[in-house]
Design a protein around this ligand. Structure first.
Ligand SMILES: *Cc1c(COP(=O)(O)O)cnc(C)c1O
Length: 295
C-alpha cells in the first residue's frame, strides 16, 4: 500500500502519477512528516523536553516542527533569520501553536551550524533537542526512505523537489528501489553544492540507483516571485484540480513539463511527489499580495 493517494494527470500528453503527500499529512506538510518522525521518536525516548530549530520566517520546516510539537505536547523554539513581523501569517501560526520565537540577524544566523552556537541557544531551555535548518539529518533521511513504500518497482522515474536534499537522499535509499530519481532544486544555483551533500548520504546498497539534481534558473531564486511561474500554477490548478506549493512543487511540475516537452521521458512510468508545503501560500499571499485560496 502506498503511503498516500496517487492521482494520474496528463502533462504535455504524457501520463504522470502524483503521490499526494499533501493529502495524507495535510497538517504536517507532506515530506516533513517523514523527516520529523524518527527525530521526535528519539527525542521522546531519550527524555528531551524541548525542540529547537532554525529557519526563515516563512519556513515550512519550522511550521511543521511547531505543528508536531504542539500535537505531542512538547515545547518548541524557533530561531529565525531576520526580524519579527507580527503580521507574518507563518509566525502568527507557529506562535498560536505555542512555539517560542527568537530572531537573530543575518550575520549571527550564519553560525547556525556551529555546534557551540547551537549549544549556547539550547542551554537557555530545558533538555533541548536541536534540529538543523531544514530538518535534515540522519534520522530525517531514514524517515524519507519510507515515502516510496509499496512503490519500489512501480516506476521508471521518481521526481521530487529539493531544498536541503534530505528527502531526495531518503528516496534514493529506499530499499529495493528500481527507479531513477530526479531532484528539482528550488534554489537557483551557479555552483551545485547539493549533489555532493546528497552523495554523502547515499547508502552502500543504494549505490546502484541512478539519480541527479536539476537546477532551473529561468523562474527565479528560492521563494522569489516570478510571473511565469505564477501563471503556470494558476493554470495547473485549473487543469488538474491540485494545488502545488509556491516554493517547491510548482517548480518541480514546471521543470518536469519542460523535460517531457523536450521528449526526454517518452514511454517512461513517471511518479512526481507532491511534498506538501501548502501552508507556504499564506506567507506567499502576504508577501506578494496574491490571493491564492488554500485548500
Ligand atoms: C521542505 C520541503 C521540500 C524540501 O525538502 P528537503 O528534504 O529539504 O530537500 C520539498 N517540498 C516541500 C513542499 C517542502 O516543504
Amino acid at each position: 500500500m502506498p503511503v498516500a493517494p496517487i492521482t494520474n494527470i496528463i502533462l504535455q500528453g504524457q501520463p504522470v502519477d502524483v503521490l499526494r503527500l499533501e493529502l495524507a499529512y495535510p497538517e504536517l506538510q507532506g515530506n516533513k512528516h517523514f523527516k520529523l518522525k524518527y527525530n521526535l521518536q528519539r527525542m521522546i525516548r531519550e527524555g528531551y523536553k524541548t525542540v529547537l530549530t532554525f529557519g526563515g520566517v516563512f519556513s515550512n520546516h519550522i511550521h511543521a516542527t511547531a505543528v508536531a510539537c504542539h500535537a505531542l505536547g512538547i515545547r518548541s523554539v524557533g530561531v529565525f533569520r531576520g526580524e519579527n513581523d507580527p503580521n507574518n501569517p507563518t509566525l502568527q501560526h507557529v506562535r498560536n501553536l505555542g512555539m517560542e520565537c527568537i530572531f537573530i540577524d543575518r550575520s549571527l544566523y550564519r553560525k547556525r551550524n556551529d555546534p557551540s552556537f547551537a549549544e549556547s541557544l539550547a542551554a537557555q531551555f530545558e533538555q533541548t533537542y536541536v534540529l538543523p535548518e531544514g530538518g535534515t539529518n540522519t534520522l530525517a533521511i531514514k524517515g524519507c526512505t519510507e515515502i516510496l513504500s509499496g512503490l519500489e518497482t512501480a516506476y521508471d522515474l521518481v521526481v521530487c523537489a529539493v531544498g536541503t536534499g534530505g528527502t531526495l537522499s531518503g528516496l534514493i535509499n529506499t530499499p529495493g528501489l528500481t527507479a531513477e530519481v530526479l531532484g528539482i532544486s528550488a534554489l537557483k544555483s551557479e555552483k551545485d553544492v547539493l549533489s555532493p551533500a546528497v552523495l554523502a548520504n547515499v547508502s552502500e546498497e543504494a549505490a546502484v540507483v541512478q539519480w541527479q539534481i536539476l537546477f532551473d534558473n529561468s523562474i527565479g531564486g528560492y521563494g522569489a516571485y516570478h510571473e511565469e511561474l505564477m501563471s503556470y500554477i494558476r493554470a495547473f490548478e485549473q487543469t488538474h484540480t491540485m494545488l502545488p506549493d509556491p516554493i517547491y512543487t510548482a517548480k518541480m511540475f514546471f521543470v518536469v513539463e519542460k523535460l517531457i516537452k523536450a521528449q526526454q521521458y517518452q514511454g517512461k512510468r513517471i511518479l512526481c511527489i507532491h511534498t506538501g508545503g501548502l501552508q507556504g501560500w499564506a506567507g506567499w499571499n502576504y508577501r506578494y499580495h496574491t490571493q491564492m485560496r488554500i485548500p
